[in-house]
Unconditional design. Structure first.
Length: 398
């Protein structure tokens, strides 16, 4: 069986690349197809794969400005030649799932989100104040065309696997397709519970994209005069630094070891955006530290709140035993209004009830999303779908 892996781009180790790393371990003889690759930017496991890049990779300095090329991504992903491959496993948040699939091949798409740039998060990327006027004008002209391409190429996928129920709902809404939910991996072995009690500072670990709403964390800590350490970087950095008061510290990107140490020494993680899943809350829990999160998106599937609302779990209060994986105690606090005031109230509620968060309960919750669990589930899913596919084709075709 010839296996082709497809990933949007290889420019750093984030949540999607952690999943891709598992795919590479499951299929070490596979070929990896991508739009572009910055050498040395991903793990040794991924770097060691045969990597085939699109023509975009030949442009000088493309790693610095490739995001401006979004309108031509479909053209370049479709130029990959996958003839001769039997199984295509795409790892997609943008265009990877739109690769051309040879006749008779099985295509499974592990999807982090439908292309957020042209669907529901379009205003966050290309709304007023979010992009240059020329960029906004171009995208306004091309958005419908890209939506049609994204919808059309969904038909090239035999089976969708979504990273969360939140994403599965969006796959159904935008593509009219069902998706199996397999939560992405958390490398819990990288993290451990600290020997002492909680630290004094709150923590944010995130890329600086507008939809992450790091501005809420900055402003809330300004008002409360609470120390906040922020790990990350990105397009919103200048604006965030301008908002920050004296208690806010920007640390830039840090090594895995440094981030694990910060989680361990923090008071709690602030998670103010709407994420498709969100790995960092589980990394915080794996370190024995609670999470203060906005009650929407993937956080509803990972954080067990001490203050559930009727807005969670389809209108009924979410209790620990109804949350995915189960638990016997809370792992965080939710805020229900995505405003500075809403986050301030949640921080004050957390500080008034901080004693109820037990490090062992927090870590046990994270272990239900461990890398081993993901590996077993995705391997079983691919194996079962391949057996069904081979049965339909018949022995002479395989």
């Amino acid at each position: 069986m010839q296996v082709g892996l497809v990933h949007d781009w290889l420019t750093g180790m984030r949540g999607g690349e952690r999943c891709l790393e598992v795919f590479c371990e499951l299929f070490p003889a596979a070929t990896l197809f991508t739009l572009l690759h910055v050498a040395g930017s991903v793990s040794a496991r991924i770097e060691g794969m045969p990597i085939r890049c699109s023509g975009l990779n030949r442009f000088p300095g493309v790693a610095r400005w490739y995001r401006f090329l979004l309108p031509v991504f479909p053209l370049f992903i479709e130029r990959h030649d996958l003839r001769g491959y039997d199984l295509i496993l795409s790892s997609s948040h943008c265009v990877a799932k739109g690769v051309r699939v040879p006749e008779g091949a099985l295509h499974i798409a592990y999807i982090y989100t439908p292309m957020r740039y042209v669907w529901d998060l379009y205003p966050e990327y290309f709304g007023p104040g979010r992009a240059a006027p020329l960029t906004r004008a171009v995208m306004a002209l091309l958005r419908r065309r890209m939506q049609r391409w994204d919808l059309r190429t969904a038909a090239r996928v035999d089976h969708f696997v979504a990273i969360s129920r939140h994403v599965a709902d969006r796959v159904r809404r935008h593509y009219g397709r069902d998706a199996t939910v397999i939560y992405p991996p958390v490398d819990t072995e990288r993290f451990r519970v600290g020997d002492g009690g909680p630290g004094e500072f709150y923590l944010v670990v995130s890329a600086f994209a507008p939809y992450k709403r790091i501005d809420l964390a900055v402003q809330a800590c300004n008002v409360l005069r609470r120390p906040l350490k922020i790990v990350g970087g990105g397009q919103d950095e200048r604006r965030l630094r301008a908002l920050a008061g004296k208690t806010v510290e920007f640390l830039g990107w840090r090594s895995d070891e440094e981030v694990a140490d910060l989680f361990r020494r923090s008071r709690a993680l602030l998670f103010p955006g709407v994420e498709d899943f969100g790995i960092t809350p589980l990394e915080s829990m794996a370190s024995g530290r609670p999470v203060i999160a906005y009650a929407r998106g993937g956080a509803l599937e990972t954080v067990i709140p001490s203050n559930p609302s009727a807005r969670e779990m389809g209108g009924a209060p979410m209790s620990p035993d109804r949350a995915p994986g189960g638990s016997h105690g809370p792992t965080g606090v939710f805020f229900h209004d995505q405003t500075v005031e809403g986050l301030i109230r949640a921080i004050e509620l957390f500080e008034a009830s901080e004693h109820q968060f037990e490090p062992k309960v927090l870590r046990d919750r994270a272990l239900t999303f461990d890398r081993r669990v993901f590996t077993e589930k995705i391997a079983r899913f691919v194996r079962e779908r391949w057996a069904e596919h081979r049965g339909r084709l018949g022995p002479s075709s395989c």
